[in-house]
Write a protein that binds this ligand. Sequence first.
Ligand code: PXP
Length: 239
Amino acid sequence: MDQHIRLGVNIDHVATIRNARGGTHPDPFTVAEAAIAAGADGITIHLREDRRHIRDEDAEKICARFAAPINLEMAATEEMVEIATRLKPHGVCIVPERRAEVTTEGGLDVIGSHNSLAPMIARLNRANIVVSLFIDPDPEQLRAAAYIKAAVVELHTGAYANNKPGELARLAAAAALTTELGLECHAGHGLTFANVTPIAALPEVRELNIGHYLIGEALLTGLPAAIIEMKRLMRAARM
Ligand code: PXP
């Protein structure tokens, strides 16, 4: 199997801490630089409709100044497609968004919203942006993602991280199906040092996007050490 698996570090919660005091520290851009220096393969940011953490000026600066791939998570709205086509991140991950949720709670309903998603994907592709859809490990949703020409799916690992019985098997089956459908497979949500290994070991998974745990762990050991350890675990899982 391809040994390489990328780590995208989600820095949303650096902005959460900054925003708690309304100032400029800690600066997500500076932390993103530190994450790349420590071995992160890319940076993930979620520009939410309510701008509760990452703000437009963060997204603009991060997309403009990084050579490393930037993965912009966003809702499937006209406003966000307009922002993405202007900022031109390497990739966009379309996620469902509900105002009251604490974090992204479930995957996209690609089957139910393919009519609105397909033209958005086409527009993003025309701007040379690789489009990923964040979905639950459900074969029908995967088939719908391939049908509307998403290049990538990010499998939602939240239920697995919450120890839902049978979820690892569902993720493994969904990951295997991506090869058949010609989709690149990413995964993320709720991943930690303790639960990352079985997901990183799935041969089809090419990228993990991890945020909250790494930022929390950074309080104890520093962000570089947390990233180095996560990458070590991911590499070991591929052996
Ligand atoms: N992937 C997607 C699509 C997400 O929405 C999130 C949360 O913002 C993550 C990955 C990272 O999840 P966590 O912060 O739990 O590591």
